[in-house]
Each structure stands twice: as C-alpha cells, then as structure tokens.
Design a protein around this ligand. Structure first.
Ligand code: 4AD
Ligand code: MG
Length: 482
C-alpha cells in the first residue's frame, strides 16, 4: 500500500501542492462530489473533492456513509468554507463497502444524532462517532500523561497480578477464578468445594486492587505505581460504577498523609492540564455537545462552568483539605439534611458518606475539589494508619464536582503490633497475610498511597455523565457484551 498521511497531519502542516494518499471512513458524501473523510487521528474530517465527470460511476456508487476508502490526490487550499485544505482526488479505491452492499440506510451510524443509549448497544461501532472518537482519544492522552507524570518523577511502573489468592483488601465482592467444571466440583469432607484441587491449589479471585502488591514493591523501590484493570462484583447500577475498571495506584515509602495528598493533587492537575494542552479539538467538541445538551435542562441543573473552564479551574485552584469530622458537622447542619432532601440523612459521626453528601460538599459548600481526611476506622480498610485518637485513620478521599469520590487512599499502618491488632478486630487471618506482614517485620517504614479510578477521571475531563460511555466495552451487572 502506498504510504498514507494521517488527516491530523494534513490539517496541521503545510502540504499544499503535494500529492498524498489518505485512507479512512466516509462520514458523508454530498452531491456525488464531496467526501468528508475521517481516519480517527483527529475529530476533524478531510474534504475530498471528486471529479465526478471523469470518475467511474461504478466506483461512485460504492462511496456511501461508513465505507472504507483509500484516496490519492493533490492537497489544495480549500475553495469552500469550513476547512482550510482539501484533497482533489485522482485515484479512488473503495476498500470496504457499506450501504452500497447492505442496502441504503443499513449502516447503523447514519449521519444524524443518535442517543447515547443506542450507541451503547452498538459499542462495536460507536468509536466511529465524533463523541466517542473524542472520548477515546482523550482517554489515550490521560493514560499517557499519567505514565509521563510518574516516569518523570522517577516512579517505577509495577504490574500487579490480576489473579489473586488474597481477598483481604475488603474493597468489595470478588469474581472467582476457577478451572473446575462448575457443575461438578470436587468436594471436601465438609461437603464444600475443595479448592486445593483447583488450578492454583487454592481459591482465587480477580483482583479488586493492586495496592497490597504495590506496597511490597514500594518497600524496595521507594516509589512505584500500578496501572491496571480491577474487578468488583458489586451489584451497583449507578452511573459511576463498573464491574471492570482501571485503577492507578501509586505507593510511596517514607511518605505520610500530607505527602500523599500533595502527590495526588499534583498528579490530577498535571493530567488535566495536559488534556487541556493536547486535546483542544476534542474538548471543544465535547464542550459544545454539553452546552447543547444542557439547553433542555432547568437552569439550576446546568453545570456552573463550561467544560474547559471547569478543567482550568481545577488546575488553578487549591483543593480544600477537610477532616471527616468537620465535614460531618457541615453536613449535619446543612439545609438539604435538615429538610430531608438527602436520601440518606446524616444523623451522627461515624456515618459513611454517600455520593449525594460528597457532591454537596464539593458543588454547594466548598465549590471546588475537596480532600476529606481522617475517617472513622470502622468505615475504612484494615491497612490504614491508626491516628492517635484511636478512632480515626489516616485516610484521604478526593471528591470532584459531578463525580464524588475519584481517589481513595491513606497512610499505611507500618507498625506490626498495631496492624496485627487491627486485623484481629476485623477478623482477617494472619496466616493468609503473612507475606504482607513480612514488610512490617523486616525494614518497615512509613509509607502511603492512593487509588485513582481511571474512568471516573475520564468522566470528569470529558464531561460525560455515565461511566459506561468512557470505557470501550463496559462491564456491569447483566452486561458483558463484545
Ligand atoms: O476507594 P477504593 O476502593 O480504594 C482502593 O481500592 C485502594 N486499595 C486504593 C489505594 O489506596 N491504593 O478505590 C479507589 C478508586 C475510587 O476512589 C474510585 O475512583 C474508583 O477507584 N472505583 C471505581 N471506579 C469505577 N467503578 C467501581 N466499581 C469503582 N470502585 C472504585
Ligand atoms: Mg474508596
């Protein structure tokens, strides 16, 4: 195949007068003369002008929306409005037909507005729309910026296992991994399935978090991060939960809760800024899409800022750092709580916060991102460091507007005796966790880390409302299509 030039380069660089080859998919074909060609390298399309008089009518017939084409020709300054350059076609090859074969209108993505629900049903094709093109190009840039951020700081990228033999994290229900014929599993004397005969010689699950393994590595490399898929079998049908999602988990030795908050805030700002710097066209498109969508909403439900302003605000503003105890005071005394507007009323200290409370704090009270710290030990995991008061732990959750919790982390309990006591209280067996406890036995040190929900961050930077629209193929209760 002749070397092709990507549309993003043709639009950005000066190719006027040059003969080039492009390849992509037909977005529209007007007057048998103008093709809008998209190759996914940018949200923009390249206009291709066809010499209709001299073109083979059989080829013209095959050029319909959705067809894959390869076209060579000369780049010229555009005569029409809406684009600066266009390509005058001299050679057209239809690589893959669309409606020409299947019948008019059969291609599921005709050039009109489709609902997000419909597009979710055809997630195998939705990459080809402007909205999902923008989302997944941004998703790529966010992932890249995260690696760049940590790499530049000297963090080591650590791959934590996906299949795990430990279930002590307590982050949620786990999916079992087994090689057994599930209709006929071998039974032990107690009549229960005998996992010692299973593939790994024990019961195993898909991981809910890479943290515990990241801690092991942090106590050798000082600064590490994981970035991988995690799985939770919770029956959550919300717009912020997935059964399979990606998590970034840095873990830092010789760091305390404040260092942890500083790192998380710096990382989020770095990544959001890099999206603003690198994804301008896609952000413009998503911002306008949101403005259109919000026109039909009542004014009080519209977001207070356009998308890019919201992102810039986040980069420029210090996150508010507030203890859980203070947050509970604010929530107890706030109007929606007193007037019974919350689904879950905040009655007393110790209550777990729901996303309605988190969003109230961020969107109505502080009006900026909030880091909540020092939660009651009873609503947090066993590994969080016990504070002097004996009631709270050195936890931190970062709450974002429109999302609620985006980051969850803590300083870790590095004191063997305190950790053992906590595990006993929570009925976590010491023998199962001996490998984890070894880090506290040999060369333990203060350390801290956090987990960033990748899709929740993508929700924030794209302004999308449903987490199922920011991962290519969402897995949630009742659905594992594609
Ligand atoms: O708060 P979580 O459960 O924390 C942990 O798993 C810790 N081990 C992290 C650490 O300290 N290394 O999860 C971390 C983040 C949440 O703040 C949220 O953004 C995201 O992961 N998250 C989910 N995202 C999508 N779907 C779900 N079901 C999620 N559950 C958590
Ligand atoms: Mg959490």
């Amino acid at each position: 195949m002749a070397k092709r030039t990507k549309v993003v380069k043709i639009i950005a660089d000066d190719y006027i007068g040059q003969e080039l080859t492009v390849a992509g998919w037909v977005r529209s074909f007007r007057q048998n003369r103008f093709i809008a060609l998209n190759d996914g390298s940018t949200i923009k399309t390249l206009q291709i002008v066809i010499d209709f008089e001299n073109e083979d009518p059989e080829v013209i017939k095959l050029i319909t929306v959705g067809a894959a084409v390869k076209i060579s020709g000369k780049i010229v300054a555009s005569q029409g409005r809406g684009q600066t350059v266009e390509l005058i076609a001299s050679e057209i090859k239809v690589l893959g037909v669309s409606d020409a074969e299947q019948g008019p209108g059969q291609y599921p993505l005709q050039p009109k507005k489709h609902s997000l629900e419909y597009l979710r049903e055809i997630a195998h094709l939705r990459f080809r729309t402007n909205t999902f093109g923008a989302i997944f190009r941004i998703r790529h840039h966010v992932a890249f910026a995260i690696h760049e951020f940590f790499h530049n700081k000297g963090f080591l990228y650590m791959h934590s296992p996906i299949i795990t033999g430990s279930d002590a994290e307590g982050a949620g229900e786990m999916f079992k991994v087994t090689n057994f014929d599930i209709d006929d599993t071998p039974k032990g004397e107690d009549g229960k399935t005998d996992f010692s005969q299973d593939f790994f010689g024990k019961a195993t699950n898909l991981t809910v978090s890479g943290q515990l393994e990241a801690e092991l590595a942090a106590l050798a490399f000082s600064e590490v991060y994981t970035f991988g898929p995690t799985f939770r079998a919770e029956n959550s049908h919300t717009s912020r939960h997935l059964a399979e999602f990606w998590m970034i988990e840095p873990e830092v030795a010789f760091a305390d809760l404040n260092d942890n908050m500083d790192l998380a805030e710096e990382m989020l700002k770095y990544v959001i800024k890099s999206v603003l710097d690198r994804c301008g066209d896609d952000l413009d498109f998503l911002e306008n899409r949101l403005i259109d969508e919000e026109k039909v909403k009542p004014t009080n439900e519209r977001s207070p800022m356009p998308l890019k302003e919201k992102l810039q605000f986040c980069v420029d503003t210090d996150f508010e750092r507030v203890t859980y105890t203070r947050a509970i005071d604010i929530l107890k005394n706030c109007k929606p709580n007193k007037k019974g507007k919350f689904q879950f009323k905040i009655e007393e200290w110790g209550a777990d916060l729901q996303s309605e409370h988190e969003r109230f704090l961020v969107e109505k009270h502080f009006k900026k991102p909030v880091i909540l710290t020092d939660y009651p030990k009873d609503i947090k995991a066993f590994y969080m460091r016990m504070n002097e008061d004996g009631n709270t732990v050195g936890a931190m959750d970062i709450l974002f507007p429109g999302i609620g919790e985006i980051v969850g982390g803590s300083q870790r309990e590095e004191r063997l005796d305190v950790l053992l006591a906590r595990m006993k209280e929570m009925d976590i067996h010491e023998d199962e966790m001996s490998w984890f406890l070894d880090t506290r036995r040999f060369g333990t040190c203060p350390h801290a880390g956090f987990g960033l929900g990748f899709e929740r961050l993508i929700l924030f930077v794209t302004g999308m409302a449903n987490i199922r629209d920011v991962i290519p193929f969402p897995r949630f209760p009742g659905s594992a299509e594609f």
